[in-house]
Design a protein around this ligand. Structure first.
Ligand code: HEM
Length: 509
């Protein structure tokens, strides 16, 4: 008859074990809403919310967010300890679960697909090293093709050399999406009546881009595990996007990159992977390659156009590296810009990095594999529990006034010192190793980062060489759309337009 009392007692002990703080654990902020915890505050403006918690609780604290206990590490001097803890803090399993839910493919890290996850990581190496030369070369050709087509679309009309006004985001989106796609996946046959595009009248790229945008708007909700059935037509949109990459269709695309070809061959080796699963993997790679690059290209151009001194210096550097004659010849033939030439454009690189610093909001997530004590420095450890999440939050580093002077301000040459790339940053008297983290860190570092930076530099170079540009007068400043905080590069919240006019040498031809 004592059974109910005993089970209540055991239940109480269980509750204490699960939910009470154990010795050495960071402060816990749970809020009063069960399960949801502080999810709403976090989603509203994660930067402000975490800054506030840091002021109250110090550099490390745990927050309950939608059923997950997330321990935030807010001080970059403590990051190295987390980043090197590969064994007890795992990234790949977490990424596998997240990506398989969002992009709809079966979990990779299981016995059904032995070795596949490691093989995919190997494929990622084809975005770097010597393979990057060819990718950079292809990107250069594609950007020029698309930009020329864009700028000369009024060919034959008198108006060709007048000023034209267009939306800056739309411009970057249209150019970077197609150029990145063609560079990685090759050229699909241009069938206007393709059933997988939005409508019969559009080109394949407009249809694909349109569906991509619809899907991308829902991306944060999918990642937060909101069932896709509650998200209107998203399921149908995702299906169209996946079907676009069906192996039967991809077989007709001309000259895919070595990276995509190798991924395709790898997927073929797994009988357990259905055709639509292979397609879903390719679609996930498309998302990874353009999802951040497009907003990044917007901020790169926007900041340059807003800062005349930065624009003049960067333009001068570009022409200095390419040579005036060659720069003008862009109106006659494709310009070559080698990796070595791009590397010499250190002010342009700094301008790109500064734009990324100001717009990046991505967190670095690791899942705790077992209860253990995380040694953050010789004098400081915290206990973390199996299944909890440890998160680095780089935006607080990027905005730290002790690391970056006037952190809100855009300074195009912030990453240049003595005519060389500046790589030493200090917080007080301590050197900060992880001072710039838009591409993540350690095992979760973006494998496409070199390709991305090169692509952004190429995009700025070609655009500036082909036309004069200025932001339209009387607009409010662009501000970040914070509702995607935690996920890569934030897009702008407001519409920004710019005026452009083809350079004189196009006219003289
Ligand atoms: C400015 C542009 C870009 C930014 C800021 C960026 C940022 C990132 C970040 C932060 C991650 C890690 C995600 C995480 O921690 O969960 C990541 C992963 C990834 N990125 Fe990028 N990325 C960019 C462009 C690219 C490009 C052009 C490619 C080319 C294919 C690419 C391919 C990938 C892939 C394949 C992964 C997944 C890696 C893995 O699962 O191990 N990214 N990116």
């Amino acid at each position: 008859k004592n059974r109910p009392v005993l089970s209540m007692y055991l239940g109480f002990l269980m509750y204490l074990w699960l939910f009470c703080r154990r010795k050495g654990e960071p402060p816990l902020i749970k809020g009063w809403i069960p399960f949801l915890g502080k999810a709403l505050e976090f989603r509203k403006d994660s930067y402000q919310f975490l800054q506030w918690l840091q002021q109250k609780h110090g550099d490390i604290f745990t927050v309950l967010i939608a059923g997950k206990y997330m321990t935030f590490v807010m001080n970059p001097l403590l990051y190295p300890a987390v980043i090197k803890q590969g064994k007890q803090l795992n990234f790949h399993k977490f990424a596998d679960v997240a990506a398989s839910t969002v992009f709809s493919y079966p979990l990779m890290c299981t016995e059904r697909f032995p070795g596949m996850s490691d093989q995919v990581q190997k494929c990622f190496l084809l975005l770097q090293g010597s393979a990057l030369d060819l990718l950079t070369f292809r990107m250069m050709g594609n950007l020029q093709l698309i930009l020329r087509r864009y700028f000369l679309s009024k060919q034959g009309e008198e108006l060709e050399y007048d000023w034209h006004k267009v939306g800056l985001y739309e411009f970057c989106d249209c150019v970077m999406f197609e150029a990145t796609f063609l560079t990685l996946y090759g050229q699909p046959p241009d069938t206007n009546t393709d059933e997988h595009t939005h409508s019969g009248k559009e080109s394949w790229t407009d249809g694909l881009r349109d569906n991509f945008k619809k899907f991308d708007r829902m991306f944060p909700l999918l990642l937060a595990r909101v069932p896709i059935s509650l998200l209107g037509k998203t399921k149908c949109t995702r299906e169209k996007l996946i079907r676009f990459f069906h192996p039967c269709r991809m077989a007709d695309w001309t000259s895919p990159s070595e990276f995509i070809q190798t991924c395709t061959e790898l997927f073929q080796q797994y009988d357990t992977l259905k055709d639509l699963d292979k397609a879903a993997h390719h679609f996930a790679t498309l998302w990874a390659s353009v999802g951040n690059t497009i907003p990044a290209s917007f901020w790169c151009l926007y900041h340059l156009l807003s800062n005349p001194q930065a624009l003049a210096s960067v333009r001068e550097e570009i022409i200095g590296v390419i040579g005036e004659e060659e720069a003008e010849a862009i109106c006659r033939h494709d310009m070559l810009l080698t990796r070595e030439q791009l590397d010499r454009m250190i002010y342009l690189e700094s301008a790109v990095k500064e734009s990324l610093r100001l717009s990046s909001a991505s967190m670095n997530i690791r899942v705790v594999q077992e209860d253990f004590s995380l040694h953050l420095n010789p004098h400081f450890s915290v206990c973390v529990r199996k299944g909890d999440i440890v998160a680095l939050y780089p935006p607080s580093t990027h905005q730290d006034p002790n690391i970056y002077l006037h952190p809100q301000k855009y300074m195009f040459d912030r990453f240049v010192e003595d005519q060389k790339e500046k790589t030493e940053f200090y917080k007080g008297d301590q050197k900060v190793r992880y001072y710039h983290m838009p591409f993540g860190s350690g095992v979760s570092m973006c494998p496409g980062r070199f390709f991305a930076i090169n692509g952004l530099k190429q995009f700025v170079c070609i655009t500036l060489l082909m036309c004069d540009m200025q932001l339209a007068a009387g607009q409010k400043e662009a501000v970040l759309d914070t509702c995607r905080a935690g996920l890569g590069i934030l897009p702008p919240a407001n519409y920004i337009s710019f005026n452009y006019r083809l350079k004189g040498h196009f006219r003289d031809e």
